[in-house]
Design a protein around this ligand. Structure first.
Ligand code: CAO
Length: 554
């Protein structure tokens, strides 16, 4: 057994292409030439095949990554020893047509260099025979630029746009949708003058060294032909699974409009999605006649017992057979974890949340807390930092009432009560008991109540009433450690304060550094309701109060 790196092959002119689909997963056994990923430029989509048979060990790319020639796609475990651990992926034979590519398209352009009618022909599209014309992107009378895409052709492995090898006015189209074309077939007749110098220069830089035949072709033809060539090494037969049936330019157009292509019904040949389909889908959504799946999921997210992402139009959650990698044990999640998980997922997806981090000086407050606890040692009553935090938050919520609000459609509900939830870590998972009317209670009472509620939470004895009605939540990891984190808002609240462990920091007092006890604050807020400036002010004010509680009285 040995491990080989499967790399992106020569993809010609394309600097970078985007990974739009992973066609295999870790643990899969793949055949040589089997497609591994699909990549896409604005001109073509293509599948990158495996140069070896083996088992996929580890992906080195993710969806959305930009890759180029030589980028490692994945690590493959192959039978026996391989001469080099680094394998240049798709077969060298794929490269040959790439170099040849300009030739076919070159001839007409060469003729055109003088002026008069220019024939544009199908360039070398590698091994493909009889590829179907699925889209015509221009019409007679159009002014055509060099490299402008004229038609889209499609095989079972790739869709590619054929660009014009010359500039001019389109006089006549020689093909129609549904026609099958091959290298050298006449596509169109242009009339105009080709800027000869520019063309020749481009061609020279693209293909000259390896070409024996006379060349004077269009700049982008090699790129498209390269696509075909890269794909040509594939085992024909297996179709791309899961990709919407659309040309790269339509996909780009859909992306620009934010249209989920997998929800668009194609009206083209074999259900292919066209520009017009994308436009009509957009119009339907705008008019309210159609709702995207993502919008539908937003409207009814809590029911998303399905956590596979399908409801959001996402690719499915990866299903991995972990036993392939080592021993495992499967345990059902606790009921609390399942419930809180569904809520956290909804809140994370639906709320445009932002987190502001800050530090505040609690040196004096902590000294006060410690001395108070010392005084009360005999009674056993203990005040906690969290109780002070709750009180300080109440003061900040009074000063910034939108933090104590909830969204109700287009309106805000401002609560005139101050019920503060606090996250409690329990053996069964996260629970959030609520201190009701915290504004009306003293620190001692809050500390006592918190201790009781936290114990009930750990013992699984909290009643639903003790966990409901919070208008703001605090999540304290101060007793554990860490610096900052990004807590998830407990909807329908609009903000949550995360607190981590205080540490002594050197703080400049204008003359010297002083050792001060600094408390890290992480305030997450709903940007639909709260602005960044308000969040910063909230943190500053909270810090001022924790620095000197007398400010509450001002
Ligand atoms: N900085 C430094 N020390 C801190 C501190 C802070 N910010 N906050 C608490 N401490 C100290 C306490 O003073 C206490 O020390 P002493 O016993 O010497 O006084 C010690 O840490 C333990 O505190 P605690 O965490 O048990 O008590 P608490 O009142 O601070 O918190 C509770 C109670 C229920 C909030 C806490 O036990 C808990 O469950 N925290 C986890 C919350 C959580 O999971 N949040 C994440 C939610 S997102 O998944």
């Amino acid at each position: 057994m040995s491990i080989v790196e499967i790399k992106v092959p020569d993809i010609g002119d394309f600097d970078e292409v985007t990974v739009i689909e992973l066609m295999v997963k870790v643990g899969d056994t793949v055949k040589a030439d089997q497609s591994l990923i699909t990549v896409e430029s604005d001109k073509a989509s293509m599948e990158i095949p495996s140069s070896h048979a083996g088992v996929v060990k580890d992906f080195q790319v993710a969806l959305g990554d930009k890759v180029k020639q030589g980028s490692v796609v994945l690590m493959l475990e192959v039978e026996g020893a391989v001469a080099s651990a680094v394998v240049a992926a798709p077969a060298p034979q794929a490269a040959a047509p790439v170099v040849q590519a300009p030739v076919a398209a070159a001839a007409p352009a060469a003729v055109a260099a003088s002026s008069g009618p220019i024939e544009v022909r199908v360039p070398d599209i590698g091994d493909f025979k009889d590829v179907a014309v699925i889209e015509i992107m221009v019409k007679p009378g159009d002014s055509i630029r060099i490299e402008q895409s004229l038609i889209t052709v499609e095989s079972d492995k790739a869709a590619m746009e054929i660009p014009s090898s010359a500039a001019g006015v389109l006089k006549e189209l020689k093909i129609k949708v549904g026609d099958k074309v091959n290298i050298g077939d006449l596509l169109a007749i242009l009339e105009g003058v080709v800027p000869t110098g520019a063309v020749a220069a481009t061609v020279a830089s693209v293909a000259a060294p390896a070409l024996a035949a006379p060349v004077a072709a269009a700049a982008s033809v090699p790129a498209v032909a390269t696509v075909a060539a890269a794909v040509a090494a594939h085992n024909p037969g297996a179709l791309t699974v899961g990709l919407p049936h659309a040309s790269p330019s339509v996909r780009k157009f859909a992306r620009e409009l934010g249209v989920p292509l997998n929800e668009v019904k194609g009206s083209g040949l074999k259900g292919r999605i066209t520009d017009a389909d994308v436009q009509s889908f957009t119009r339907s959504v705008m008019s309210g006649a159609v709702q995207t799946l993502a919008a539908a999921a937003q409207a009814k997210p809590a029911a998303a017992g399905g956590n596979d992402g399908a409801g959001l139009g996402l690719i499915p959650w990866p299903k991995v057979d972990f036993t392939k990698f080592g021993p495992i044990e499967r345990k059902e999640m606790s009921r609390i974890k399942k419930i809180s998980g569904a809520n956290l997922l909804r809140n994370a997806i639906m709320i445009p949340a932002v987190t502001n981090h800050d530090d505040c000086d609690i040196t004096d407050l902590e000294a006060f807390r410690v001395s108070t606890n010392k005084e009360n040692e005999k009674s056993g009553a203990k005040v906690t930092m969290l109780a002070f935090l709750i009180k300080a938050c109440v003061a900040a919520l009074k000063k910034f009432p939108e933090f104590n609000s909830s969204l109700d459609g287009d309106a805000l509900i401002y609560k005139q009560y101050f019920h503060i939830g606090f996250a409690a870590d329990t053996p069964n998972g996260l629970m959030v008991p609520v201190i009701k009317d915290a504004d009306k209670k003293g620190i001692m009472q809050i500390s006592l109540e918190m201790g009781e509620l936290a114990k009930k939470a750990r013992d699984g004895k909290l009643s639903p009433a003790e966990m409901s009605g919070a208008s703001f939540t605090i999540s304290s990891l101060g007793g554990i450690g860490g610096r900052y984190f990004t807590p998830i808002i407990n909807a329908p609240e609009v903000a949550i304060l995360g607190v981590c462990k205080s540490t002594i920091q050197p703080i400049w007092d204008g003359k010297a550094f002083q050792p001060r006890l600094m408390l890290p604050l992480s305030l997450t807020w709903d940007h639909r309701v709260i602005d960044g400036a308000a969040a910063a002010r909230f943190n500053v004010y909270l810090g001022q109060i924790l620095g000197d509680f007398r400010r509450v009285l001002l």
